[in-house]
Design a protein around this ligand. Structure first.
Ligand code: ZN
Length: 566
């Protein structure tokens, strides 16, 4: 942390590299003297905090900051965000499909791809087959996900086209039985080159389908074969599934989800996964309802939460159901089911209560066990007696989080607010657990495990925000909240609205966001970003001790109100 009257630049460090078209400066200057960025005076707050957004040209950008006769020189390097399309008879490096080995079933459409200059003639050759590729003028690259956070209602225009060529075909059974390279031929301005794809293609037949079992605690399923693709409902250890395609280290399961090979083990001599289901059992347990699905084999499934509904879909399953035992109560209104397509059954649990209070799904042998927690009420009005709240102070130890203009770290500010909030909640009678109570490193996995072990009634992760490159630190401020499962949306919106209204702060919004600390299902789990460390004005509010106490009190009372209104 910078001492008083010291000229300090928190961001960017000299030599910073970015692909963004702008960068921002953040620091603290002597409050008496003006601060200049490339000889232009910039605004600062009462305490001397300053921020400024500046455009960048491609290549090196030199900046000079001046305050109190001191100078700081900073060079920021702007790199291209996309590789340049060759202007000659060449393929763009790493543009030929496939880059990794691919296995696809016969009769399935497969698209060959290459990037090369416009006006080229390209074909892909596989064994004796020749597939022409066509220029895709309308396919444009998308902006990165985090551009949603940079004050823009429109997706940013991309700098360049992809120069993409594509051609699709399918193969008959036994047409390509051995892993085979694809040979690409490019003709451009009278020149002709050929190049082979690094990955090889195999067409699988109906007899060679593999069966896997999830060997990791959780199989993380996704919409495609890389971590860039969105998550789907994770599969617990023991789940079995049939593999229909492979791409590098990724497997595609029969119902369409992809997951990493190293989270699975191969089951030898197994036939494709299929199960019959007959009776389903529901039972009241302390604090919840348990539903048991006896299966012949542990099949994959997915979950969807809806208003007063919890929907569970079982894949590779066929119903022979004639009877369902249910102890309907104030929580569970009705269980419905339907075979929505061959091999897919959907169960709908209709709930009386508006709020869902968390759930877990696991395999015990071949039995799928769904536990739905019931909403709780404080034991006494105007208190939080009997309620367990988990607070997660973001970052810690070697993970410092974001940095404020004077060099103060997010990890220290989150611990301060967590301790203040803990005290307020204890005063209201709650049971409070912290994922860390000192400046230590705790991994995201450990934090999530703690939530699963403790099974709090709600979980709140506490953070302070900062902008990515490209954002405007002066214009961007406000408190925001994040949820992932619909069961957490109401809590996220409720706390956001309360803080903004009571403390007259700007709202940066309520977001659906796929974050480690919003993904737990056992309890409504949210994350709060309590203002921007990159906004000089908001940083004064964030670090003001009196305001910190007010914020903690406001959140604690909002939590109490939320439990009361439910
Ligand atoms: Zn953070």
């Amino acid at each position: 942390m910078a001492s008083k009257n010291e000229f300090f630049l928190a961001y960017p460090p000299d030599g910073q590299e970015t692909t963004s078209s702008s960068i921002f400066f953040l620091g603290v200057a002597s409050s008496a003297d003006p601060i200049y960025l490339n000889d232009k005076s910039i605004n600062k707050t009462q305490q001397g905090y300053f921020a400024a957004k500046v455009p960048l040209i491609l290549g090196p950008n030199k900046f000079k900051l001046k305050n109190q006769g001191q100078e700081k020189l900073v060079t920021v390097m702007r790199n291209r965000d996309q590789p340049e399309i060759p202007k000659d008879a060449l393929f763009l490096v790493e543009s030929l499909f496939p880059q990794v080995n691919v296995e696809i079933p016969f009769n399935e459409l497969i698209c060959f791809k290459a990037i090369a200059p416009e006006g080229a003639t390209i074909v892909a050759k596989v064994n004796k087959k020749t597939i022409p590729l066509f220029w895709q003028a309308n396919i444009k690259p998308l902006a990165a996900n985090n551009s949603v956070l940079i004050d823009s209602s429109q997706p940013p225009a991309s700098d360049s086209m992809t120069g993409s060529y594509r051609g699709c075909t399918n193969f008959a059974e036994n047409e390509i039985t051995q892993p085979t390279e694809i040979t690409y031929e490019l003709t451009f301005q009278g020149k002709k080159i050929t190049q082979k794809s690094p990955g090889k293609l195999t067409i699988t037949n109906s007899k060679s389908l593999q069966v896997i079992e999830i060997s990791a605690d959780q199989g993380i399923t996704r919409t495609g074969p890389s971590t860039d693709y969105s998550r789907l409902t994770p599969l617990p250890k023991g789940t079995r599934a049939t593999v229909t395609a492979k791409q590098g280290d990724w497997l595609r399961l029969e119902y369409g989800a992809w997951l990493k090979k190293d989270e699975t083990k191969i089951i030898k001599n197994a036939t494709p996964v299929n199960s019959i289901i007959k009776g389903v059992y529901s039972n009241r347990i302390p604090g919840g309802t348990e539903i048991l699905f006896p299966l012949e084999t542990p099949v994959p499934f997915s979950v969807k939460e809806d208003d007063r509904k919890f929907i569970l879909t079982l894949y590779n399953t066929t119903a022979q159901t004639d009877i369902i035992r249910s102890d309907y109560d104030s929580f569970l209104k009705r269980i419905e089911w339907s075979q929505i397509s061959p091999g897919t059954i959907e169960y709908i649990f209709r709930l009386n209560s508006k709020e869902q209070a968390g759930y877990s799904l696991k395999y015990e042998g071949n039995n799928l066990l769904l536990s739905l927690r019931h909403p709780v009420e404080p034991e006494q009005p105007n208190t939080l007696k009997g309620i367990t709240i988990l607070l997660d102070p973001g970052h810690g130890g070697k993970d410092t989080g974001a940095t404020g203009p004077d060099g103060r770290h997010e990890k220290d500010l989150t611990l301060t607010i967590a301790n203040l909030l803990k005290q307020e909640l204890l005063d209201l009678g709650a049971i409070v657990q912290l994922t860390r109570s000192s400046d230590i490193y705790v991994s995201l996995e450990e934090r999530v495990k703690l939530i699963e072990q403790i099974q709090p009634n709600i979980s709140i992760s506490l953070h302070y925000n900062s902008l990515p490159d490209g954002g405007d630190p002066v214009k961007t401020m406000g408190v925001s909240s994040y949820w992932y499962h619909p069961q957490a949306e109401d809590l996220a919106s409720f706390l956001e609205n309360n803080i903004v209204r009571e403390l007259k702060r700007k709202s940066y919004g309520v977001y659906w966001d796929n974050l480690a600390l919003t993904r737990p299902t056992i309890a409504p789990s949210i994350l709060l970003e309590l203002g921007f460390l990159s906004n000089p004005e908001e940083f004064e509010w964030i670090t003001n001790q009196q305001e910190q106490r007010k914020l903690a009190r406001s959140i604690a009372h909002a939590i109490q109100d939320w439990f009361e209104q439910n």
